[in-house]
Design a protein around this ligand. Structure first.
Ligand code: PMP
Length: 458
């Protein structure tokens, strides 16, 4: 870190409160200041280059230097820098994007609705679901079932859906009407000898018992990520989504697929819902929709959701919800161009092909003394680190080993993130096999560097 009093690092410490950072520790450690990007690489202010193995925040599908997105933004910025969709107004990028998304959806969808972040989109999903229940004359149907370790955002309602302690502690969350059921993590939570199918059946049974205990007429929706991302890249076990959906249909409960990470190719299909046979009523999209070059998110809703909302808005006089920046023309133009690039360059195919290489290389590390589990699909993966492979025990405090290895990884030229003791990999979807090799080689060196500290006796 540059210790001069007016260095960017010093000014960051002086003026900036970071998201997802220990604010007290940050005053000592300071920031890593990223200055520019090029393909799958970013460069810090001191000129060090890194493979961005998280695609920023699971989001920069097309890499960090895509001129066509810059040009799309510039063109739209010159033509119409802002407009909105309140009071029946519209503009071309918004209409084009709505049409494109509805046509891309893997299940019949009726309408797109635009928001600015994943959190806003999930808040909006909850509001639409509540509004719908009232429209249907079922005012008691307001509870939403989410999952422990699920991640759905940080606004008051979406943070309540999120099933991670750091998003609730000291924020007085979750709010009422949000329930959390078990994480589908077979490796961590299955009973001895329990197969993936048996474990999935047990979780579906637990869900049904929860619904019956609460009263089925009070449950409005279930929300889940096809693969849990921020909760540690938890890939659902065999049969999970099929069995969960059977329970939801039995009680007429809506299904929301939070595709904020999985959407637009990450799992080797355009949507995670396709990879896992999910048939959602609402899909939540963000991140790779625009490669995060600009903030934009969207909900796709089917007629089961749209029709009652239309009736209720007619009864009241308006659908009293909307964001100033929702469907922003510049962000929408960038999203359209980004989706075009994903299709033209077959980045979904690349996620499948190069993703298979990533998964195979990581699975070769399963025998490493610090590796508990390797999991992932396509271009999303995590390696869960343990001090003791037999007991799956962590090294001292949970997350200590994850942080140690992640630190070595950064020194070795790779930016990743540790979710607890799981090191995640979610690189830009343009990544090549050679770049995957460089990434995994650096990870292997980082594991070996941590080993003597974890097992000093060898
Ligand atoms: N849902 C999922 C699955 C996410 O991964 C995220 C962000 N990591 C969100 C919602 C929230 O998105 P945002 O940070 O844009 O509010």
């Amino acid at each position: 870190m540059d210790a001069r009093p007016n260095s960017p690092e010093a000014r960051d410490i002086r003026y900036h409160l970071h998201g997802y950072t220990n604010a007290r520790k940050h005053q000592e450690t300071g920031p890593l200041v990223i200055e520019k990007g090029d393909g799958v690489y970013v460069e810090d202010i001191a000129g060090n280059r890194y493979i961005e193995a998280m695609a920023g925040l699971w989001s920069v599908a097309v890499g960090f230097s895509e001129k066509r997105l810059v040009d799309a933004a510039t063109r739209q910025m010159s033509k119409l820098p802002f407009y909105h969709d309140f009071g029946s107004k519209a503009h071309s990028p918004l209409i084009d994007l709505a049409e494109k998304l509805v046509q891309m959806a893997p299940v019949p969808m009726s309408k797109a609705y635009f928001t600015n972040s994943g959190s806003e989109a999930n808040d909006t999903a909850i509001k639409m679901i509540w509004y719908r229940s009232n429209a249907l004359g079922q005012p008691a149907r307001k509870k939403i079932i989410s999952r422990k370790r699920g991640y759905h955002g940080v606004t008051i309602a979406s943070a309540s859906l999120t099933g991670l302690p750091n998003n609730h502690l000291s924020f007085d969350l979750p709010i009422a009407n949000i329930l959390h059921t078990s994480t589908p993590h077979h490796w961590r939570d299955a009973q001895p000898g329990e197969s993936e199918e048996q474990f999935s059946a047990r979780l579906a049974d637990e869900l049904e018992k929860l619904i019956l205990a609460e009263g089925p007429e009070t449950i409005a929706a279930f929300i889940g990520e096809p693969i849990m991302g921020a909760g540690g890249v938890v890939v659902p076990p065999a049969g999970y989504w099929e069995k969960i959906q059977a329970v939801l249909s039995k009680y007429g409960i809506l299904l929301v697929a939070d595709e904020v990470i999985c959407g637009f190719g990450r799992t080797g299909e355009m949507f995670g819902s396709q990879t896992f046979g999910i048939k959602p009523d609402i899909m939540v999209l963000s991140k790779q929709i625009s490669s995060s070059y600009l903030p934009i998110s969207a909900l796709l809703i089917n007629d089961k959701v749209f029709e009652p909302i239309a009736d209720e808005s007619d009864r009241i006089g308006t659908f009293g919800h909307g964001f100033t920046g929702g469907g922003h023309p510049v962000a929408a133009a960038v999203a359209l161009e980004n989706i075009k690039l994903i299709e033209e360059r077959d980045l979904v195919g690349n996620a499948r092909k190069v993703g298979a290489h990533l998964q195979a290389r990581l699975r070769k590390l399963a025998s490493h003394p610090l590796v508990g589990e390797v999991r992932g699909v396509g271009l999303i993966a995590a390696v869960e680190l343990v001090a003791d492979k037999a007991t799956k025990a962590p090294w001292g405090k949970p997350a200590a080993l994850g942080a140690l290895v992640n630190g070595f990884l950064q020194q070795n030229g790779v930016i990743s993130r540790n979710m607890g003791d799981a090191i995640a990999f979610c690189p830009p979807m343009i990544i090549t096999e050679a770049q995957i090799d460089a990434l995994v080689d650096a990870f292997e060196r980082s594991l070996d560097a941590a080993l003597p500290q974890v097992h000093p006796q060898g």
